[in-house]
Design a protein around this ligand. Sequence first.
Ligand SMILES: Cc1cc2nc3c(=O)[nH]c(=O)nc-3n(C[C@H](O)[C@H](O)[C@H](O)COP(=O)(O)OP(=O)(O)OC[C@H]3O[C@@H](n4cnc5c(N)ncnc54)[C@H](O)[C@@H]3O)c2cc1C
Length: 594
Amino acid sequence: MAEYIAPLADFNFVISELAGLGDLNKLPNFEHATDDLLEPILEEASRFAREVLSPTNVIGDQQGCSVEAGTVKVPSEFHDAYKLFVEGGWQGLDCSQDHGGMGMPALIGSATAEMWATANMALSLCPMLTSGAIDTIELHATDELKQRYLPKLVSGEWSATMDLTEPQAGSDLARVRAQAIPEGNHYKVSGTKIYITWGDHEMAENIVHLVLARLPDAPEGVRGISLFLVPKFLVNDDGSLGDRNDVYATSVEHKLGIHASPTCVLNFGDNDGAVGYLVGQENRGLACMFTMMNLARLQVGIQGLAISERSYQAARDYAKERVQGQVPGSHESARIIQHPDVRRMLMTMRSLVEAMRATAYVSASAIDVAHHAEDADTRAGALERSALLTPVVKGWMTEVALELASTGVQVHGGMGFVEETGVAQYLRDAKILTIYEGTTGIQANDLVGRKILADSGLGMQHLLKEMADFDAKLASCGPDLDSVRKAVARGRKRLEEATNWLLGKAQDEPAVVYLAAFDYLMLAGTVIGGWQMGRAAEISHRKLDGKQGNADFYKAKLITARFYAEEIMPRSAGYFEAATSGGSAAMELPEEQF
Ligand SMILES: Cc1cc2nc3c(=O)[nH]c(=O)nc-3n(C[C@H](O)[C@H](O)[C@H](O)COP(=O)(O)OP(=O)(O)OC[C@H]3O[C@@H](n4cnc5c(N)ncnc54)[C@H](O)[C@@H]3O)c2cc1C
């Protein structure tokens, strides 16, 4: 089974050169986030991921989790690994120093999150949800709740969950029915939530549930939903743990993948009501929850990147050893990495992984700027960019992850389909990524509806302009980057035309617009990824010209960028054609014919 080795050179390159750590470092609160600190953090995180988390991955897949005597059990190896995670202070890496965190940018937190997810996706979901809850509490809760809950969440001693889904309320949160009744300084929450990730376990001393529920007189729909903090154990004034609250896991789901992530049915208030505290304003809970959901969407996209990296590493290592056939023109036995078709698969994996890493980290960096820049216009611009990129990172990257995990199995041939190489687990684990945190269909609707039509395409126009301006830089690199330059220019034109097409159809043919949404999302991801690979190629070209840094790394980057331009960017033509065909056949077939 392949060991996970974090590609530190690519992490450093993307964070410093593409996502602009140097610029973040000039923002208030990030003065300490220097390039000098980046390398030791990434090295230590990589060691932790490889030595502590990764060895628990297959154990988790095989043992899964269960409910015993009303408590959820996960493999004991997870307890040991999580204890070391807490002792290492990893949960607080990108949390505010006000509550005990290290105050690093989300950009660096995203890199460590990628490593945790590559090493063990099921386990990494626990700290991922805690991170989202920390941000939500920090932005929306009262000072009293912050002081009581944040330090223990930031240290990782307590974990958190996100509780939206109910049997009748999945993608459609307007159907949420859980109830919250005011009682003194708190509320009594009741109802059933399903599919709650890490909804119960004993790795942390306490679990903080962030729960969507309705007040008795709340209006129907999403404008009548409030957000509540419901702890597993109540917390006394001195910070010690008090009574067990009335929230219990009644079962865990048996799933296709992420077996060791307990996906719980949680019952609130079956006995005397679960004590909960309002976060934000009454009936405005969904807006607060979006803080958590947006962060989680970025992080689920990063999980797609993570599982793709792991699949790539396993496929590459196998392809270097497995001997089969001869390459054309030779009578010598060949290792399968020598076959052109295996090369195609490996380069597809490698180039998409690098494009995804660049896209995700540029997006994370925009979140940092949106939160920390002093100038309001800069903050607004970064917010617009991160809002635009969030559904692309979540939707495109998770669809690609599924493709690449499958390609990883393909490189292994039959050995990929049997469990012992471990790559079948990556494919099983990857499937959830296109479903939770909003399915791909929901991301596509969000991109088209809220991010393109709602602002008349302005955010996309700003992005396309930057892409167009970048052409001059690629041109200055000369013929070496010709194919990259042409591919970025063609992709940009397609994305621009498709955006205008959507805007033109929105008024009179809304169904056609939403039929186009998936292909538009995939077009946007493919082209934005290609633009980032173009940026990577341009920087690598300059570094090689100036004889700076690691020449082998930059040469490999140039070849990988060329592969993306020549073999991946043509996908944008297909997505463009499908998105703008205007065909309504899907809606025409009568339901009874399905
Ligand atoms: C392993 C796992 C972990 C999870 N963890 C959590 C968690 O921690 N907290 C939590 O609250 N939830 C969690 N969920 C729930 C998850 O977010 C939902 O499953 C997801 O949002 C989809 O909802 P649904 O399953 O009800 O599917 P549905 O909403 O019924 O969707 C079914 C299909 O219809 C499509 N569809 C639905 N509405 C639309 C629309 N308006 N436009 C176009 N297409 C549409 C969807 O894209 C999908 O293809 C988890 C789920 C799983 C399986």
